[in-house]
Design a protein around this ligand. Structure first.
Ligand code: GLP
Length: 255
């Protein structure tokens, strides 16, 4: 794992966005794995600004998001479709037909999960997968005890995750399940970039990078990935033990 500790949250988000831009520049037909969550807002703001500046062309790119809530139509304001629309899709030249998310309100969610996985395979797999991390160490919606060999499927959300994501919903509307790529799908990506910022993520980040691999913290599976870059701000890096080493190798988050 490459661990980059940037001085500020904004610099961390820019750094992550620049890695995705590098992929787009070297491979215009890139398949991008995208993520949602509050952490990603400044990432997308930077990406959109760089698109406006002519540095990020999505004209030939394809995208696949990690997950979507079961039961939500794409136009539900709490859906990840809606998040992506306002954070990115409305502002860049990514063809709507090539911007994929699982369909939360599909009549048969498990069949939808299988169809979605087939689309990723048909597109040739993901070149770069953006990731956040849940406070409990989840990746996408792979909650603790998810199989580290899991594929796209339905997962029931923990109460902690439901509480963390509740602000977009009326209390009775907060979904209980999601369609999510599995850990094995994430490990299939040719490169992974995780962006984690803020003190609330420090414990999960330390466990993911330095702790034992285990299904109680699904993000630890990233230790198996040969090309995973973890981009942190100082607050998210605060519980790491080997900070001196990371700083020596990548001073100030530099390559
Ligand atoms: C959700 C998403 C994850 C994301 C996590 C953290 O659970 N499914 O992909 O990493 O939230 O989100 P936030 O950035 O809001 O803390």
């Amino acid at each position: 794992m490459k661990v980059l500790i940037c001085d500020t949250e904004a610099k961390a988000a820019h750094r992550a966005a620049e890695l995705l831009i590098e992929v787009l520049q070297s491979k215009p037909r890139a398949v991008l794995g995208l993520a949602t969550g509050e952490t990603m807002r400044s990432f997308y703001t930077h990406l959109v600004a760089q698109h406006s500046a002519g540095r990020a062309d999505f004209g030939q790119a394809t995208s696949f998001n990690l997950d979507e809530y079961v039961g939500l139509a794409p136009d539900h304001p709490g859906s990840f479709h809606a998040f992506m629309q306002t954070a990115l899709f409305d502002h860049v030249n990514l063809a709507p037909a090539r911007a994929h998310l699982p369909r939360g309100n599909a009549p048969d969610p498990q069949a939808e999960a299988e169809r979605y996985e087939g689309e990723i395979t048909a597109a040739g797999g993901i070149d770069i997968q953006l990731l956040g991390i849940g406070r409990n160490g989840h990746l996408a919606f792979n909650e603790p005890t998810s199989s580290l060999g899991s594929r796209t499927r339905i997962k029931t959300l923990t109460e902690a995750t439901r509480a963390a994501n509740a602000s977009a919903f009326a209390p009775e509307d907060m979904p209980r399940q999601a369609i999510t790529m599995g850990i094995a799908n994430i490990l299939d990506a040719r490169a992974c970039v995780m962006l984690a910022t803020g003190a609330a993520k420090a414990a999960a980040v330390a466990r993911m990078i330095e702790g034992p691999i285990g299904a109680d913290c699904p993000a630890t599976a990233l230790q198996f990935h040969p090309a995973a870059t973890i981009i942190l701000d100082p607050a998210a890096a605060a519980s790491l033990s080997l900070t001196e080493y990371y700083e020596a190798v990548h001073s100030g988050g530099a390559e």
